[in-house]
Design a protein around this ligand. Structure first.
Ligand SMILES: [Zn+2]
Length: 298
């Protein structure tokens, strides 16, 4: 199983910052004996410009984002922030190409779903999933797409970019009282009450997947396997256990793979007080993906 990582590009952050920069290195170290880790390449600016507004990209590239934009992003600007952002997208493009070829692919990063056409916010600089979809479409590899967003936060950037798109269906399952507080509607948004646990979550997820898959068989499916629906998460209000999150991953992967579509898995968020808990959840996702990869090759 091949996966992609960009953890060598480490952004400087002030002490006590909530962004879990360590999880990327720790996850790569955790899984590198069981999967083949490739270094993600930076995507060209032209690929980003297929999705994001030129003025926004120019401000990001030159470090001239407004104070308001920087505050909304939640990360200090630096050259490495920009390089890391381009490599994060590159990891999803590479994982998607692998998925088209072999059925499944995974980026040990990405899932930056709060980035929209003209905004970069909520720790998300570029929308890796939508840039990847645009790229693969322009190469003629795929057309119809399904995005299953299981991060605890609603996928507002992806919704903005793909809702007008007739060949894309966006499903977001998230905490009703979690960020972002002003929503941009997905094709299907599921607002879950604070404290929702494993059984109820899995029941609603299964029903939502029925709806999403009834909308049409995709040529490619993206799964944002956020670790932040976990009960201990600092920025999430749901209450899934690690076993519940594993069951979630298995349910989504199996339902998507059943359609015959290539499946691309990205990490999205995870803000456990001890980063090791987030890494546990992400590593279980990697194991679930690798298990299905082996099954398909045998
Ligand atoms: Zn999140």
């Amino acid at each position: 199983m091949d996966v992609w990582a960009h953890d060598r590009w480490r952004i400087p952050l002030p002490a006590g910052h909530k962004f879990p920069i360590d999880k990327y290195r720790l996850l790569r170290e955790r899984v590198q004996d069981s999967v083949t880790v490739h270094e993600s390449e930076a995507v060209p600016w032209e690929w980003l410009a297929e999705v994001h507004e030129a003025d926004l990209l120019e401000r990001i590239r030159t470090g001239t984002m407004t104070l308001r934009e920087i505050r909304g992003l939640g990360l200090p600007w630096s050259e490495v922030l920009v390089e890391r952002g381009r490599r994060s997208v590159g990891g999803t493009v590479a994982a998607a190409r692998r998925a088209v070829e072999h059925g499944i692919g995974m980026n040990l990063g990405g899932g930056t779903h709060h980035a929209g056409r003209d905004f970069a916010r909520g720790y998300c600089l570029f929308n890796d999933v939508v840039v990847t979809l645009a790229r693969l479409r322009s190469e003629g590899a795929v057309q119809r797409a399904l995005v299953v967003d299981c991060d605890v936060h609603q996928g507002d950037g992806t919704a903005q970019l793909l809702r007008p798109d007739r060949d894309a269906f966006t499903l977001s399952l998230h905490g009703a009282r979690n960020y972002p507080f002003e929503r941009i509607p997905s094709d299907l948004d599921v607002d879950l009450p604070s404290g929702t646990g494993d059984d109820e979550y899995l029941r609603v997820l299964s029903e939502s997947l029925d709806v999403a898959l009834d909308a049409g068989v995709p040529d490619i499916a993206f799964f944002l396997a956020g670790a932040d629906p976990w009960e201990g998460d600092r920025l999430g209000r749901l209450a899934l256990t690690k076993a519940g999150l594993r069951a979630r991953d298995e349910l989504v992967l199996d339902r998507l793979l059943e359609t015959g579509a290539p499946v691309v898995v990205v990490l999205a968020g995870g803000y456990a007080p001890d980063v090791v808990d987030t890494v546990d959840i992400n590593a279980a996702t990697v194991a679930a993906v690798a298990a299905r990869d082996t099954a398909r090759l045998s």
